[in-house]
Design a binder for this molecule. Structure first.
Ligand code: SPV
Ligand code: MG
Length: 669
């Protein structure tokens, strides 16, 4: 693309200002003339070929351009009869240079802001800037618009006309038509009119669309009064703010490229997503908020950095009211679509503009992302993340996983609700579900080697922290080996229950024979486990079965305090009652004495209590212990029955996940 700047005119209406130099060299701010600003703008949009038509003070103009030392390839074409012709003839003089490319055509006295130039450059069709919000001028250029395209351009038309500025992008094919008309005009001696007069004769073939820039700055300077008003408008335009939000932990060339584009539009404010917001929709950030913020603060041209606490932009946009919000086009189709819609409606409230740049899906960026994912799944990083999440969020959630595929469901399921995203924070490797998947009863029959195999399957395809259901922990002498193995694998927490003998699932309660271990024995097991562990991240959680075995709250509390004294990093209190009262009472009384030890709950029975309520009362980990298993198997039974009943699979097809979705869930690399 080539730029053409028409600078042959006299600019006599500027009076003394243009006594010693052409109009385009008029200063419009402390650092710019009209021309230096235009040329710098072209440089910032990577347009390097420029044709400037000259006339009046041509050598001064040429020397001035050289003095700017810009990386531009400028060709100067002098209109030898500039004082007796109009710019139609200047274009005619330059015609041979203008036949091989799309062009950006502008008058030399035009001042416009970067977003206007960007919109022109990015337009897919030939276009001219018009404004639907500014009053239609008496004397200046107007464009007559019919059926979404420009029919006529001139000062004399009023019907269906909008105010228009001579800033165009003309695609090569359209330009050759217009240029031919210009040639015809000039060859027949018609050299003293606007070049647009020639366009008006071919507008049925040269398709130029109006590009509505509303109130953005794009004005010509014809008089000293124009100069004052445009300079003032320019000051306002220079104050425009741009907002972009990042969750990234590293900055690559793709980020720098979009930041540079955003900076062109105004003063760039960067929002950095809080750790909580990042982990709610993506994954736990390896680099904490403060470091990510500082990373952004050190990028040249970033005005300042703010924390964005939710994925939703609502609060931040309402408080900052940026003129532009910049984002990659990737959110048009991703689960962030509703976030985008919300941004659009909020900025509409105050007249902001959403600017979207193509999202770079360069494989090298995907590679960096994959490396990060791999890092997150490494034992050391995965293990420590549970504690960090509890500290960060106060209350975290875990869902059961018993295989690679259920692990992927736990890993990837994300929902967007009221501008916030929700994911499970961790995975629970339930003894009940692990046994059930193997068709075995939950009586510690599935041995540790097999249970570890399940963990390995899940770990291989996920990154989230793992809480392992260690049943009774077995004998203390065995438990120490379990602790070390789990720790080595990168499991974050083991929960062992204070039962002994043949363990039965707690949800059977007193319907089956279950024996609670003595406080002394169980404390000894906890101590042995704590002594055995090698890292400080690993957590041993003591699970108290007093309520399951109907021994009452006092027994549960006594055990809880003893287990914490023995070194338990967390306690789990279990109940199989629908009514949560005893759980609430336990938490209340436990918290009177112990404000810090995390409390774990498995609300399978008392399932009408919300996470918010548990958090308010002082719980820290909520485990959805068996819902994937309990929902998956009935669906399978139904499908199996349907095939038997119909002697074919057609009837059950609707109940089945499309193969494409399976492919989405399970990536190949
Ligand atoms: C499990 O999921 O295996 C548990 C929790 O231990 S519960 O089934 O509620 O006992
Ligand atoms: Mg269990």
């Amino acid at each position: 693309m080539k730029a053409v700047i028409l600078n042959s005119g006299l600019g006599h209406r500027m009076g003394a200002i243009t006594k010693e130099h052409p109009k385009c060299m008029t200063e419009i701010s402390i650092c710019d003339t009209i021309l230096s600003r235009q040329l710098n703008q072209l440089v910032s949009f990577n347009i390097s070929d420029v044709v400037i038509t000259t006339g009046y003070f041509d050598q001064i103009l040429i020397d001035y351009c050289a003095s700017l030392h810009l990386p531009l390839n400028i060709s100067f074409v002098k209109n030898p009869i500039f004082d007796s012709t109009n710019y139609i003839f200047s274009i005619y003089c330059a015609k041979e240079m203008l036949k091989d490319d799309d062009i950006i055509l502008m008058h030399g006295d035009l001042v416009f802001e970067n977003y206007v130039l960007e919109s022109i450059i990015n337009s897919n069709n030939s276009c001219m800037t018009v404004s639907s919000t500014l009053p239609v001028p008496e004397k200046d250029f107007k464009a007559v618009i019919n059926n979404g395209r420009i029919d006529k351009i001139g000062i004399e038309f009023f019907e269906n006309a909008l105010t228009a500025q001579p800033l165009y992008k003309i695609k090569k094919d359209d330009w050759l038509i217009w240029l031919e008309a210009i040639e015809r005009f000039c060859d027949s001696g018609n050299r003293n009119c606007y070049a647009e007069k020639a366009f008006n004769e071919v507008s049925d073939r040269c398709i130029i669309k109006p590009l509505d820039i509303c109130n953005l700055l794009c004005s010509e300077i014809d008089t000293p009064e124009d100069l004052e008003s445009v300079s003032n408008k320019l000051k306002q335009a220079d104050e425009r703010t741009v907002y972009m939000c990042f969750s990234t932990e590293y900055v690559h060339s793709g980020h720098i490229s979009i930041i540079n584009k955003a900076k062109r539009l105004g003063r760039l404010i960067i929002g950095v997503l809080s750790d909580e917001a990042v982990s709610s929709y993506k994954r736990f950030p390896l680099i904490p908020f403060d470091e990510r913020k500082s990373l952004m603060e050190h990028i040249a041209g970033v005005e300042y950095v703010v924390e964005q606490k939710t994925l939703s932009y609502a609060d931040i946009l309402r408080s900052l009211k940026p003129d532009f919000v910049v984002h990659g086009t990737d959110w048009c189709e991703s689960f962030q679509k509703p976030i985008r819609q919300e941004v659009c409606s909020i900025i509409e409230e105050y007249g902001g503009i959403l600017v979207e740049y193509p999202y770079s899906d360069d494989p090298k960026y995907k590679e960096i992302d994959a490396i990060h994912r791999t890092e997150l799944s490494m034992p050391d990083l995965r293990r420590g993340r549970l504690r960090k999440l509890i500290n960060m969020k106060g209350l975290i959630t875990a869902i059961e996983a018993h295989s690679g595929i259920t692990g992927l469901i736990a890993e990837k399921t994300t929902i967007l609700q009221n501008g916030k995203t929700f994911q499970f924070d961790a995975m629970w490797i339930s003894s009940l579900c692990d046994s059930t998947a193997k068709g075995k009863p939950d009586i510690e029959l599935v041995d540790m080697t097999s249970r570890f195999r399940t963990i390995d399957d899940i770990m291989e395809v996920t990154t989230k922290p793992i809480i392992f259901d260690g049943d009774t922990g077995g004998m203390a002498e065995h438990f120490v080996y379990t602790v070390r193995s789990l720790e080595r694998m990168g499991v974050s927490m083991v929960i062992i229950e204070d039962k002994t003998g043949l363990k039965k699932n707690s949800l059977f309660g007193t319907e089956v024979k279950q024996t609670q271990d003595s406080i002394e024995n169980f404390c000894a097991k906890i101590r042995a486990g704590k002594r055995a562990q090698k890292t400080k991240d690993f957590m041993i959680c003591a699970r108290i079965e007093s309520l399951i075995l109907e021994k009452g709250i006092d027994d549960a509390l006594k055990r809880a305090f003893s287990f914490v004294d023995a070194g338990a990093d967390a306690i789990m209190i279990h109940s199989r009652k629908k009514d949560p009262t005893e759980i609430f009472d336990f938490i209340e009384q436990f918290r009177l004495k112990d404000k810090v030890t995390p409390i774990v709950l498995v609300p399978t029975s008392f399932n009408d209590v919300t996470e918010m309520e548990f958090k308010k009362r002082g719980a820290n980990i909520i485990i959805y212990a068996n819902q994937l298993t309990r929902s998956g198997f009935p669906a399978m039974q139904k499908v199996a029955r349907s095939i038997l009943e119909n002697h074919r699979a057609k009837e059950c097809d609707e109940m089945c996940m499309p193969i494409k979705e399976i492919i989405n869930l399970i990536p190949e690399e």
